[in-house]
Every structure is written in structure tokens, then in C-alpha cells.
Ligand binder design. Structure first.
Ligand code: SF4
Length: 153
């Protein structure tokens, strides 16, 4: 039987989808894509965010809190981009289900893709790295997709 594909953060596969227009190529992830074993997605682009774009941070809680309406996502200009982040997470889940993917490799530290760590605004409005998942990782995990980061490969 054919192996189910991974969902992977597109920036890890070398796609220039990061907020600064660059990527975070990880050759192990790119190889999975080249072998037809992984599907690259960028949740922020899928949610309608442009590239390049203002960087974003979670505010008031991590990804699961955003899904539950207890926290939000704001970009560095102060714009609330929560709706785009949730849309991107849902689109990523739809792609995973359509492709039969049950595993994902997502980019650590991102407010969308972070697996063990993400970026959260502190009480003074400064971004800092905290333990917790990004919005897409939280949704995929909640829906039964096993998510690891490039650090765990
Ligand atoms: S970390 Fe996720 S949302 Fe950010 S650029 Fe990479 S794929 Fe897109």
C-alpha cells in the first residue's frame, strides 16, 4: 500500500513564502517533497496573507487559545490577522484530509507552524518565544494529525 504523504511547511521545502520573502530550506524536507512523499503548504499564504508581509505574533494565548476564541494574532503594524490565520489552518487541514495525510513536519517557532515553541506578545507588547503551538499546528493536532518540527527529524 502506498505510504500516506506528510504535510510540510512550504518554507522548509525551499519555497519563498516567509514574511520576509525568504525560506528556511531543510534539505531533508525538500527531499521528501521531491520524492513525492510530502505536500508543501504555507498556512499564512493559504489564509490570504501576502508575501512579503508584516510578521505576526500571537497575543493573549497560544494557537489552541486562538482556535477557541480566547486569543488573537496581530501583525507588527497592529493589524488583527486572526481570521486569516484560522482560515489558513482550516485550509491546511482540508489539504491534509484530501491527501490522506496523518503526519506533518512544520516549522518550529512560527505563530502558524510552531510545534513546541511559538511567538507571543508579552504584557508590554513585545514578542518573545514561549512554549506552545502555532494556530495551524494546534488545529492539525486537535484533528488527529501527528505534528513534529524540523528539529525532531
Ligand atoms: S512557517 Fe508556516 S506560515 Fe510561516 S512561512 Fe513557513 S509555511 Fe508559511
Amino acid at each position: 500500500m502506498k505510504e500516506a504523504p506528510y504535510i510540510v511547511s512550504a518554507c522548509l521545502a525551499g519555497v519563498n513564502c516567509r514574511h520576509d520573502g525568504g525560506n528556511r530550506l531543510d534539505r531533508r524536507v525538500a527531499r521528501l517533497v521531491a520524492e513525492g512523499r510530502a505536500i508543501p503548504v504555507c498556512p499564512e499564504q493559504l489564509g490570504g496573507r501576502p508575501t512579503p508581509r508584516a510578521a505576526s505574533n500571537l497575543a493573549g494565548g497560544t494557537g489552541a487559545d486562538v482556535l477557541d476564541g480566547r486569543a488573537c494574532v496581530v501583525d507588527v503594524t497592529g493589524r488583527d490577522v486572526t481570521a486569516e490565520f484560522i482560515r489558513g489552518a482550516r485550509e491546511t487541514l482540508l489539504i491534509a484530509r484530501t491527501a490522506g495525510a496523518t503526519r506533518a513536519i512544520l516549522k518550529e517557532n512560527s505563530p502558524s507552524c510552531g510545534v513546541k515553541r511559538t511567538y507571543l506578545l508579552d504584557a508590554s507588547g513585545r514578542p518573545g518565544r514561549v512554549e506552545g503551538q502555532g494556530v495551524t499546528t494546534a488545529l492539525l493536532s486537535r484533528e488527529g494529525v501527528r505534528v513534529i518540527s524540523e528539529d525532531e527529524l
